[in-house]
Unconditional design. Sequence first.
Length: 198
Amino acid sequence: MPLFSRRRKRSSHAVTIHFAQPMSPRVRHAQEVGIVGTLLPQLDASAVIHGGGTALSAEGEPVAADIELTVTAADIERVTIELLGVLESNGIARGSWVAVDGQKHPVGSTEFVLLRTHLRDAASEDLTGVTIALQAALGSGAIGWHDETYVGANGPVYVFSGSSAESILAALRPTLPLHSSLSAAELASVTAGAAESG
């Protein structure tokens, strides 16, 4: 019986995480911090971010995001399994994937809905009541979540996510007429294969 166990050699791997969802640069950065600063060290792995970014639509809205890493680990299979599990539990969109050394691993089941307010001149304090009402319409998370609000080309855009885009749309549609400021607002499912725009 050997006195010393042989440790697996650490090696470097190219990893790309593709988020198939509307994600502002601020939220993408928070994901980077969580993955590189918290998750990977817990798995005895380290990483260097060397690329990525946010893809924008013709109107300037975020539609997807990528994080490109070089991950150094002794057990990349374990790291990949744990990373996929964390991304899934954190609500990554259906259609997302993680590529490790060129091999893609599909991940994600969450669906996303946008509420484009078309309120170009809205102040943040003016939106407080609307934000509370929209979140209440979702049953405090039972139907979906208000993930973030970013500034779009035509005013603030709310991002919602949940297990069913159609359920989110159905919950929010009756709320819009209750707020005169949202008379021109537009609801849209933005997850591939989910419910169409409402």
